[in-house]
Design a protein around this ligand. Structure first.
Ligand code: T46
Length: 144
């Protein structure tokens, strides 16, 4: 889906264990102002059900397995974060749902902005109206 990147990072192995990293400029293109993480998902627990008007995010699952379903108002796509080396980079504007596929999954998120509830769209019908408006703005903008 346009605006979404699922990437598998290198795994650097050493006698002490493994290490992966992602960094500004190479793997994502926005400053991270906030980090948060979701844990203690109960099995089959779903979260999300919202979109962000401006927030960009990079997310990864250091433990367990999480399915991320994204919706841009016209199409839906599922992405699987099932190993610590995968990152998902999200541009603004996608409706999302998260499903923990294993017990004790953890989802970590690096976000481009500090917490602002007014950036959330938490009603799907409102999201569809918003995404149509965004699409029209994009088309009108590119026509100039
Ligand atoms: C996202 C997914 C992956 C705060 O007070 N500060 C924060 O930084 C965040 C992220 C949340 N909250 C409050 C807002 C709610 O009262 O924590 C409560 C639970 O948040 P929410 O229902 O939005 O949780 P999720 O799991 O649906 O979504 C969260 C993030 O909000 C969202 O940006 O992409 O994790």
């Amino acid at each position: 889906m346009e605006g979404i990147t699922l990437k598998k990072l290198d795994k650097i192995k050493s006698p002490g264990g493994s290490l992966s990293f992602f960094q500004l400029g190479k793997d994502f293109d926005f400053e991270i102002k906030r980090i948060y993480y979701i844990y203690e998902f109960s099995q089959q627990n779903r979260r999300g059900f919202h979109a962000h008007k401006e927030l960009k995010q990079v997310m990864f699952c250091p433990h367990g397995s999480i399915e991320v379903e994204l919706d841009n108002g016209t199409e839906k796509e599922k992405y699987l974060l099932d190993c610590p080396e995968k990152i998902l980079v999200l541009n603004r504007g996608y409706w999302r749902e998260f499903l923990s596929l294993t017990e004790n999954s953890i989802l970590c998120v690096g976000a481009s902005e500090i917490y602002d509830e007014s950036d959330y769209i938490r009603n799907y019908d409102d999201y569809i109206l918003w995404s149509k408006h965004e699409m029209e703005e994009k088309i009108n903008g590119s026509a100039i």
